[in-house]
Design a protein around this ligand. Structure first.
Ligand code: OGA
Ligand code: MN
Length: 266
């Protein structure tokens, strides 16, 4: 599917992508556009101070330069290590690879959120892989929550980077759950109002992270590039990384009230 830049005025491409989402119903968007408008880029830069304080860490997978921020985020960002087995990782890879290898890595993009990546959405899986997707959804989403049917697959090159952004509130609900294949990485969650305050999360290969509530709405998230990929003083080597991300439907009853400055947190 060809993405047509002409469809989107440049002034809508950055922080106003929620507004853009409102005028174009999800169903009418081409696949590539749907993936891309999921993100609202933050003004944050990646050149922030390294972590300076590590005290009383709640969980082994979180680290922060602010105890208060750790307190705030620990309930809304979880990582489950070894969520998929090596065999399951292979099984997902076998299904994803033939498709993504036909795509070219894009060096940069109109919303500038991701560098060196290729992505797709998939709603039909082999039986074995569907079972894994179901397990992700059952683990991440409370009963009664409607998942978005298509699963987002993002293939980030070894040298690729996901810059700080917030997923568009008009396109996806309060929970984002991602499995990481092929490589570990560090995800940084920075306070949207002060990006010098942040929490780093160790996202191991084959883990599942679940981001919801405050972590999803009030913090930007990013995947650190090779140079910055350090967790608790230890280098976390980056390789090609494929994430398989499940999201839930936004709460449509709240849509009219939603805007960039008024996130609904349920
Ligand atoms: C995204 C995103 C994170 C990941 O695609 O919006 O933040 O784990 N991806 O790949
Ligand atoms: Mn995102």
């Amino acid at each position: 599917m060809v993405f047509n830049h002409q469809l989107i005025p440049s002034y809508l491409m950055f922080n106003t992508c929620n507004a853009f989402a409102r005028v174009l119903p999800l169903k009418t968007l081409p696949v590539k556009t749907v993936c891309n408008v999921l993100r609202c880029l933050s003004n944050a830069t990646s050149n922030r101070d390294q972590l300076s304080v590590t005290t009383n860490v709640y969980t082994s997978y979180l680290d922060s330069n602010s105890q208060q921020t750790l307190d705030l985020i620990k309930d809304s960002f979880k990582v489950i290590d070894d969520f998929v087995t090596e065999d399951e990782e292979q099984s997902l890879f076998k299904e994803i690879e033939p498709y993504v290898k036909r795509l070219r890595y894009e060096t940069s993009h109109w919303d500038d959120a991701i560098h060196e990546y290729r992505e797709t959405e998939r709603s039909k899986w082999t039986q074995e892989n569907q079972r894994i997707i179901d397990r992700v959804r059952n683990t991440a989403f409370p009963a009664g929550v409607a998942p978005i049917r298509s699963v987002h697959v993002l293939d980030l090159a070894k040298t690729g980077v996901i810059k700080a952004h917030v997923d568009a509130v008009r396109f996806c609900g309060d929970t984002i759950a991602g499995i990481s294949l092929l490589s570990s990485s560090v995800m940084r969650l920075a306070d949207e109002t002060d990006n010098t305050v942040f929490v780093d999360a160790l996202i191991k290969r084959r883990s599942l992270y679940i981001m919801s509530g405050i972590a999803r709405y009030k913090f930007t998230h990013e995947i650190l590039g090779q140079q910055m990929s350090v967790f608790k003083g230890q280098a976390i080597p980056r390789d090609r990384r494929i994430s398989v991300i499940c999201r839930n439907q936004p709460d449509y009853s709240q849509r009219e009230d939603m805007n960039d400055n008024n996130y609904q947190i349920r």
